[in-house]
Design a protein around this ligand. Sequence first.
Ligand SMILES: *Cc1c(COP(=O)(O)O)cnc(C)c1O
Length: 389
Amino acid sequence: MAASARMIYLDHNATTPLDPRVLDVMLPFFTKDYGNAASTSHPFGWRARSAVDDARAVIAQAIHAAPDHDLVFTSGATESINLAFKGLRPEPGKNHVVTSRIEHKAVLDSCRNLEDNGAEVTYVGVDEAGRVDLKQLAAAIGDRTYLVSIMLANNETGTVQDMVAIAELCRDKGVVLHTDATQALGKIDVDLDKLDIGLASFSGHKLYGPKGVGALYVRGDLRHRMQPQIHGGGHEYGLRSGTLNVPGIVGFAEALDICTSEQPSESLHIMSLRMQLHDVITSQLDGVRLNGDLSGCLPGTLNLSFAYTDADSILLEMPDIALSSGSACTSAKAEPSHVLRAMGVGDELARASIRFGIGRFNTEEEIAYAARRCIDAVTRLRAMSPLVA
Ligand SMILES: *Cc1c(COP(=O)(O)O)cnc(C)c1O
Protein backbone atom coordinates (compact mmCIF):
# COMPACT_ATOMS: atom_id res chain seq x y z
CA MET A 1 0.00 0.00 0.00
CA ALA A 2 1.29 3.46 -0.86
CA ALA A 3 1.84 5.85 2.00
CA SER A 4 -1.16 8.14 2.03
CA ALA A 5 -2.37 11.10 4.06
CA ARG A 6 -4.57 8.96 6.25
CA MET A 7 -1.80 6.60 7.24
CA ILE A 8 -0.40 7.01 10.71
CA TYR A 9 3.35 6.61 11.04
CA LEU A 10 4.42 4.80 14.22
CA ASP A 11 7.71 3.34 13.02
CA HIS A 12 10.15 6.05 14.06
CA ASN A 13 12.75 3.53 15.21
CA ALA A 14 13.09 2.39 11.59
CA THR A 15 13.45 5.91 10.26
CA THR A 16 12.07 9.39 10.83
CA PRO A 17 10.72 12.01 8.46
CA LEU A 18 13.09 14.85 7.70
CA ASP A 19 12.16 17.86 9.82
CA PRO A 20 11.20 20.68 7.40
CA ARG A 21 13.57 23.02 9.27
CA VAL A 22 16.39 20.63 8.41
CA LEU A 23 15.45 20.62 4.73
CA ASP A 24 15.58 24.43 4.73
CA VAL A 25 19.20 24.54 5.84
CA MET A 26 20.18 21.72 3.47
CA LEU A 27 18.72 23.13 0.25
CA PRO A 28 21.34 25.82 -0.50
CA PHE A 29 24.07 23.17 -0.38
CA PHE A 30 22.49 21.38 -3.33
CA THR A 31 21.94 24.37 -5.58
CA LYS A 32 24.01 27.38 -4.58
CA ASP A 33 26.79 26.35 -2.23
CA TYR A 34 27.54 23.12 -4.05
CA GLY A 35 31.30 23.26 -3.72
CA ASN A 36 33.50 20.31 -2.87
CA ALA A 37 34.68 20.68 0.72
CA ALA A 38 38.12 19.54 -0.43
CA SER A 39 38.48 22.30 -3.03
CA THR A 40 40.88 24.78 -1.51
CA SER A 41 41.33 27.13 -4.46
CA HIS A 42 37.99 28.99 -4.58
CA PRO A 43 35.10 30.25 -2.42
CA PHE A 44 32.77 27.41 -3.46
CA GLY A 45 35.06 24.96 -1.73
CA TRP A 46 35.72 27.29 1.20
CA ARG A 47 32.00 27.70 1.89
CA ALA A 48 31.42 23.94 1.80
CA ARG A 49 34.44 23.38 4.05
CA SER A 50 33.27 25.94 6.56
CA ALA A 51 29.73 24.48 6.60
CA VAL A 52 31.23 21.06 7.34
CA ASP A 53 33.46 22.51 10.06
CA ASP A 54 30.46 24.19 11.67
CA ALA A 55 28.43 20.98 11.47
CA ARG A 56 31.28 19.02 13.04
CA ALA A 57 31.47 21.52 15.91
CA VAL A 58 27.71 21.38 16.51
CA ILE A 59 27.69 17.59 16.63
CA ALA A 60 30.83 17.42 18.77
CA GLN A 61 29.26 19.79 21.27
CA ALA A 62 26.00 17.83 21.36
CA ILE A 63 27.82 14.61 22.25
CA HIS A 64 30.32 16.37 24.55
CA ALA A 65 33.31 15.40 22.44
CA ALA A 66 36.41 17.47 23.08
CA PRO A 67 37.95 19.14 20.01
CA ASP A 68 40.97 16.82 19.98
CA HIS A 69 38.70 13.86 19.36
CA ASP A 70 37.62 12.97 15.85
CA LEU A 71 34.23 12.79 14.25
CA VAL A 72 34.44 10.87 11.00
CA PHE A 73 31.50 11.42 8.68
CA THR A 74 30.17 8.26 7.03
CA SER A 75 27.13 7.11 5.05
CA GLY A 76 25.28 6.08 8.20
CA ALA A 77 25.51 4.01 11.34
CA THR A 78 26.05 0.74 9.49
CA GLU A 79 29.20 2.11 7.88
CA SER A 80 30.34 3.67 11.17
CA ILE A 81 29.95 0.33 12.94
CA ASN A 82 31.84 -1.45 10.15
CA LEU A 83 34.65 1.10 10.41
CA ALA A 84 34.79 0.66 14.18
CA PHE A 85 35.00 -3.14 14.02
CA LYS A 86 37.19 -3.54 10.97
CA GLY A 87 39.22 -0.40 11.53
CA LEU A 88 40.33 -0.85 15.13
CA ARG A 89 43.66 -2.65 15.21
CA PRO A 90 43.92 -5.03 18.18
CA GLU A 91 46.93 -4.70 20.43
CA PRO A 92 49.51 -7.42 19.73
CA GLY A 93 48.44 -10.80 21.09
CA LYS A 94 44.78 -9.84 21.52
CA ASN A 95 41.91 -11.11 19.41
CA HIS A 96 38.82 -11.30 21.63
CA VAL A 97 35.72 -9.10 21.38
CA VAL A 98 32.75 -8.91 23.75
CA THR A 99 29.29 -7.76 22.72
CA SER A 100 25.68 -8.43 23.72
CA ARG A 101 23.01 -10.69 22.31
CA ILE A 102 20.63 -7.77 21.65
CA GLU A 103 22.76 -5.71 19.27
CA HIS A 104 21.63 -4.43 15.88
CA LYS A 105 22.48 -6.65 12.92
CA ALA A 106 25.15 -4.19 11.85
CA VAL A 107 27.07 -5.05 15.02
CA LEU A 108 26.25 -8.76 15.05
CA ASP A 109 27.23 -9.21 11.40
CA SER A 110 30.42 -7.20 11.96
CA CYS A 111 31.23 -9.59 14.80
CA ARG A 112 30.63 -12.58 12.50
CA ASN A 113 33.03 -11.00 10.06
CA LEU A 114 35.71 -10.74 12.76
CA GLU A 115 35.05 -14.36 13.69
CA ASP A 116 35.48 -15.37 10.04
CA ASN A 117 38.83 -13.66 10.22
CA GLY A 118 39.96 -15.58 13.27
CA ALA A 119 38.81 -13.41 16.16
CA GLU A 120 36.86 -14.80 19.08
CA VAL A 121 33.60 -13.13 20.11
CA THR A 122 31.61 -13.57 23.33
CA TYR A 123 27.91 -12.65 23.28
CA VAL A 124 26.77 -11.55 26.72
CA GLY A 125 23.15 -12.07 27.83
CA VAL A 126 20.58 -9.62 29.17
CA ASP A 127 17.94 -9.69 31.90
CA GLU A 128 14.21 -9.76 31.16
CA ALA A 129 14.08 -5.98 30.75
CA GLY A 130 16.89 -6.22 28.19
CA ARG A 131 19.72 -4.87 30.33
CA VAL A 132 23.17 -6.31 29.89
CA ASP A 133 24.22 -8.54 32.75
CA LEU A 134 27.18 -6.63 34.20
CA LYS A 135 28.55 -9.68 36.03
CA GLN A 136 28.54 -11.67 32.81
CA LEU A 137 30.13 -8.75 31.02
CA ALA A 138 32.89 -8.43 33.61
CA ALA A 139 33.51 -12.19 33.52
CA ALA A 140 33.64 -12.19 29.71
CA ILE A 141 36.42 -9.62 29.50
CA GLY A 142 39.75 -11.43 29.58
CA ASP A 143 43.44 -10.89 28.93
CA ARG A 144 42.98 -11.15 25.18
CA THR A 145 39.95 -8.84 24.95
CA TYR A 146 40.60 -5.61 23.05
CA LEU A 147 37.07 -4.40 22.24
CA VAL A 148 33.68 -4.32 23.96
CA SER A 149 30.64 -3.17 21.97
CA ILE A 150 27.35 -2.50 23.77
CA MET A 151 24.54 -0.44 22.30
CA LEU A 152 23.33 2.57 24.26
CA ALA A 153 19.62 2.12 23.49
CA ASN A 154 17.95 -0.83 21.81
CA ASN A 155 16.00 -0.29 18.60
CA GLU A 156 13.34 -2.92 19.34
CA THR A 157 12.54 -2.31 23.00
CA GLY A 158 14.03 1.12 23.71
CA THR A 159 15.91 -0.27 26.71
CA VAL A 160 18.81 1.99 27.71
CA GLN A 161 21.94 0.38 29.11
CA ASP A 162 23.79 1.48 32.24
CA MET A 163 26.60 2.87 30.12
CA VAL A 164 28.29 4.58 33.08
CA ALA A 165 28.84 1.20 34.74
CA ILE A 166 29.80 -0.47 31.45
CA ALA A 167 32.31 2.26 30.61
CA GLU A 168 33.80 2.06 34.09
CA LEU A 169 34.23 -1.68 33.74
CA CYS A 170 35.95 -1.28 30.37
CA ARG A 171 38.22 1.44 31.68
CA ASP A 172 39.23 -0.68 34.68
CA LYS A 173 40.08 -3.54 32.35
CA GLY A 174 41.81 -1.31 29.82
CA VAL A 175 39.53 -2.33 26.96
CA VAL A 176 38.20 -0.06 24.21
CA LEU A 177 34.42 0.47 24.40
CA HIS A 178 32.37 1.03 21.25
CA THR A 179 28.71 1.97 21.57
CA ASP A 180 26.04 1.93 18.89
CA ALA A 181 24.30 5.13 19.95
CA THR A 182 22.11 5.34 16.84
CA GLN A 183 18.79 5.12 18.68
CA ALA A 184 19.88 7.12 21.69
CA LEU A 185 21.25 10.23 20.02
CA GLY A 186 18.73 13.05 19.96
CA LYS A 187 16.41 11.27 22.37
CA ILE A 188 18.44 11.00 25.56
CA ASP A 189 21.61 12.66 26.78
CA VAL A 190 24.73 11.29 25.11
CA ASP A 191 27.82 12.50 26.96
CA LEU A 192 30.86 10.71 25.54
CA ASP A 193 33.38 12.56 27.66
CA LYS A 194 31.66 11.68 30.92
CA LEU A 195 31.18 8.09 29.79
CA ASP A 196 34.76 7.77 28.57
CA ILE A 197 33.76 5.97 25.40
CA GLY A 198 36.36 5.11 22.77
CA LEU A 199 34.21 4.71 19.67
CA ALA A 200 30.56 5.59 19.01
CA SER A 201 28.30 5.23 15.98
CA PHE A 202 25.51 7.59 14.90
CA SER A 203 23.06 8.07 12.07
CA GLY A 204 21.22 11.13 10.72
CA HIS A 205 17.93 9.55 9.67
CA LYS A 206 16.92 8.32 13.12
CA LEU A 207 16.78 11.88 14.44
CA TYR A 208 14.77 13.74 11.76
CA GLY A 209 17.84 14.28 9.60
CA PRO A 210 18.59 12.92 6.13
CA LYS A 211 19.30 9.32 5.20
CA GLY A 212 22.76 8.36 4.00
CA VAL A 213 24.79 10.29 6.55
CA GLY A 214 26.22 9.29 9.90
CA ALA A 215 29.36 9.54 11.97
CA LEU A 216 31.90 7.55 13.91
CA TYR A 217 33.34 9.21 16.97
CA VAL A 218 36.97 8.25 17.54
CA ARG A 219 38.57 9.22 20.85
CA GLY A 220 41.84 11.03 20.26
CA ASP A 221 44.11 8.33 21.69
CA LEU A 222 42.62 5.73 19.34
CA ARG A 223 43.24 7.58 16.08
CA HIS A 224 46.58 5.90 15.49
CA ARG A 225 45.00 2.48 15.99
CA MET A 226 42.32 3.00 13.33
CA GLN A 227 42.78 1.88 9.74
CA PRO A 228 40.51 3.17 6.95
CA GLN A 229 38.13 0.84 5.11
CA ILE A 230 37.63 3.19 2.19
CA HIS A 231 40.80 4.48 0.58
CA GLY A 232 41.10 7.52 -1.65
CA GLY A 233 41.89 11.17 -1.13
CA GLY A 234 42.61 10.92 2.58
CA HIS A 235 39.49 12.75 3.70
CA GLU A 236 38.26 12.60 7.29
CA TYR A 237 41.66 12.28 9.00
CA GLY A 238 42.55 9.63 6.45
CA LEU A 239 39.91 7.34 7.94
CA ARG A 240 37.19 7.65 5.30
CA SER A 241 37.98 8.90 1.84
CA GLY A 242 35.42 10.24 -0.57
CA THR A 243 33.88 13.63 -1.35
CA LEU A 244 31.92 14.76 1.67
CA ASN A 245 28.12 14.70 1.57
CA VAL A 246 27.88 18.39 2.46
CA PRO A 247 24.06 18.79 2.43
CA GLY A 248 23.73 15.57 4.42
CA ILE A 249 26.32 16.61 6.99
CA VAL A 250 24.77 20.07 7.36
CA GLY A 251 21.33 18.44 7.74
CA PHE A 252 22.58 15.91 10.29
CA ALA A 253 24.00 18.72 12.44
CA GLU A 254 20.86 20.86 12.19
CA ALA A 255 18.65 17.88 13.03
CA LEU A 256 20.75 17.09 16.09
CA ASP A 257 20.79 20.73 17.14
CA ILE A 258 16.97 20.80 17.04
CA CYS A 259 16.78 17.56 19.03
CA THR A 260 19.15 18.89 21.66
CA SER A 261 17.32 22.15 22.18
CA GLU A 262 13.85 20.59 22.12
CA GLN A 263 14.66 17.38 23.97
CA PRO A 264 13.25 18.35 27.39
CA SER A 265 9.79 19.29 26.08
CA GLU A 266 9.75 16.74 23.28
CA SER A 267 10.55 13.87 25.64
CA LEU A 268 7.64 14.80 27.88
CA HIS A 269 5.27 15.02 24.92
CA ILE A 270 6.38 11.70 23.46
CA MET A 271 6.41 9.94 26.83
CA SER A 272 2.87 11.06 27.52
CA LEU A 273 1.76 9.69 24.14
CA ARG A 274 3.45 6.39 24.96
CA MET A 275 1.71 6.26 28.37
CA GLN A 276 -1.60 6.98 26.65
CA LEU A 277 -1.03 4.17 24.15
CA HIS A 278 0.12 1.75 26.83
CA ASP A 279 -2.67 2.57 29.28
CA VAL A 280 -5.50 2.40 26.75
CA ILE A 281 -4.32 -0.90 25.31
CA THR A 282 -3.59 -2.62 28.63
CA SER A 283 -6.83 -1.38 30.22
CA GLN A 284 -8.88 -2.95 27.44
CA LEU A 285 -6.97 -6.10 26.63
CA ASP A 286 -5.75 -8.98 28.79
CA GLY A 287 -2.71 -11.01 27.88
CA VAL A 288 -0.50 -8.08 26.91
CA ARG A 289 3.17 -8.35 27.81
CA LEU A 290 5.41 -5.30 27.94
CA ASN A 291 8.81 -6.18 26.47
CA GLY A 292 11.31 -3.98 28.27
CA ASP A 293 10.19 -1.50 30.89
CA LEU A 294 8.77 1.99 30.90
CA SER A 295 11.54 3.60 32.93
CA GLY A 296 15.13 3.69 31.76
CA CYS A 297 13.86 3.41 28.23
CA LEU A 298 13.66 5.66 25.17
CA PRO A 299 10.64 7.96 25.49
CA GLY A 300 8.81 6.85 22.34
CA THR A 301 9.37 3.11 22.13
CA LEU A 302 6.69 0.67 23.25
CA ASN A 303 7.09 -3.04 22.51
CA LEU A 304 4.06 -5.19 23.35
CA SER A 305 3.28 -8.87 22.85
CA PHE A 306 -0.35 -9.90 22.43
CA ALA A 307 -0.91 -13.48 23.60
CA TYR A 308 -2.85 -15.79 21.22
CA THR A 309 -2.07 -13.67 18.17
CA ASP A 310 0.82 -13.24 15.79
CA ALA A 311 2.25 -9.87 14.92
CA ASP A 312 2.01 -10.21 11.16
CA SER A 313 -1.72 -10.90 11.41
CA ILE A 314 -2.18 -7.86 13.64
CA LEU A 315 -0.34 -5.68 11.13
CA LEU A 316 -2.54 -7.02 8.30
CA GLU A 317 -5.60 -6.10 10.33
CA MET A 318 -4.54 -2.47 10.53
CA PRO A 319 -2.95 -1.51 7.23
CA ASP A 320 -3.47 2.20 7.86
CA ILE A 321 -0.93 2.20 10.71
CA ALA A 322 2.78 1.92 9.85
CA LEU A 323 4.34 -0.35 12.48
CA SER A 324 6.97 -3.05 12.80
CA SER A 325 6.87 -6.52 14.18
CA GLY A 326 10.25 -7.06 15.76
CA SER A 327 12.94 -5.06 13.99
CA ALA A 328 12.62 -4.16 10.33
CA CYS A 329 15.74 -6.15 9.50
CA THR A 330 14.67 -9.39 11.21
CA SER A 331 11.09 -9.17 9.99
CA ALA A 332 12.24 -9.92 6.44
CA LYS A 333 12.87 -13.41 7.75
CA ALA A 334 10.10 -15.18 9.66
CA GLU A 335 12.31 -15.64 12.70
CA PRO A 336 11.27 -14.31 16.09
CA SER A 337 13.33 -11.36 17.26
CA HIS A 338 16.76 -12.25 18.62
CA VAL A 339 16.37 -9.37 21.07
CA LEU A 340 13.16 -10.69 22.62
CA ARG A 341 14.58 -14.20 22.68
CA ALA A 342 17.63 -12.97 24.58
CA MET A 343 15.26 -11.35 27.09
CA GLY A 344 13.69 -14.76 27.72
CA VAL A 345 10.48 -14.13 25.79
CA GLY A 346 9.17 -17.43 24.39
CA ASP A 347 8.82 -17.92 20.65
CA GLU A 348 5.02 -17.59 20.70
CA LEU A 349 5.06 -14.23 22.45
CA ALA A 350 8.07 -13.06 20.47
CA ARG A 351 6.14 -13.71 17.26
CA ALA A 352 3.21 -11.78 18.74
CA SER A 353 5.21 -8.62 19.38
CA ILE A 354 4.57 -5.18 17.91
CA ARG A 355 6.98 -2.28 18.14
CA PHE A 356 5.36 1.14 18.40
CA GLY A 357 7.83 3.92 17.64
CA ILE A 358 6.28 7.27 18.50
CA GLY A 359 7.83 10.43 17.11
CA ARG A 360 7.92 14.20 16.98
CA PHE A 361 4.89 14.78 14.77
CA ASN A 362 2.47 12.23 16.26
CA THR A 363 -0.65 13.61 17.97
CA GLU A 364 -2.95 12.44 20.76
CA GLU A 365 -5.68 11.83 18.17
CA GLU A 366 -3.36 9.56 16.17
CA ILE A 367 -2.41 7.60 19.27
CA ALA A 368 -6.06 7.23 20.33
CA TYR A 369 -6.94 5.97 16.85
CA ALA A 370 -3.99 3.57 16.70
CA ALA A 371 -4.82 2.19 20.15
CA ARG A 372 -8.42 1.52 19.09
CA ARG A 373 -7.35 -0.12 15.84
CA CYS A 374 -4.92 -2.32 17.73
CA ILE A 375 -7.47 -3.34 20.36
CA ASP A 376 -10.00 -4.17 17.62
CA ALA A 377 -7.42 -6.14 15.63
CA VAL A 378 -6.31 -8.22 18.61
CA THR A 379 -9.91 -8.82 19.70
CA ARG A 380 -10.87 -10.02 16.19
CA LEU A 381 -7.87 -12.32 15.92
CA ARG A 382 -8.45 -13.82 19.34
CA ALA A 383 -12.11 -14.45 18.49
CA MET A 384 -10.87 -16.65 15.63
CA SER A 385 -8.12 -18.36 17.60
CA PRO A 386 -8.67 -21.93 18.78
CA LEU A 387 -6.19 -21.23 21.61
CA VAL A 388 -8.40 -18.74 23.43
CA ALA A 389 -10.64 -20.42 25.99
C1 LIG B 1 19.05 2.17 12.34
C2 LIG B 1 20.08 1.58 13.21
C3 LIG B 1 21.35 1.24 12.68
C4 LIG B 1 21.71 1.41 11.23
O1 LIG B 1 21.76 2.75 10.88
P1 LIG B 1 21.88 3.20 9.34
O2 LIG B 1 22.26 4.63 9.41
O3 LIG B 1 20.51 2.99 8.77
O4 LIG B 1 22.90 2.36 8.70
C5 LIG B 1 22.28 0.72 13.57
N1 LIG B 1 21.99 0.54 14.87
C6 LIG B 1 20.80 0.85 15.39
C7 LIG B 1 20.55 0.63 16.84
C8 LIG B 1 19.81 1.37 14.58
O5 LIG B 1 18.62 1.67 15.11
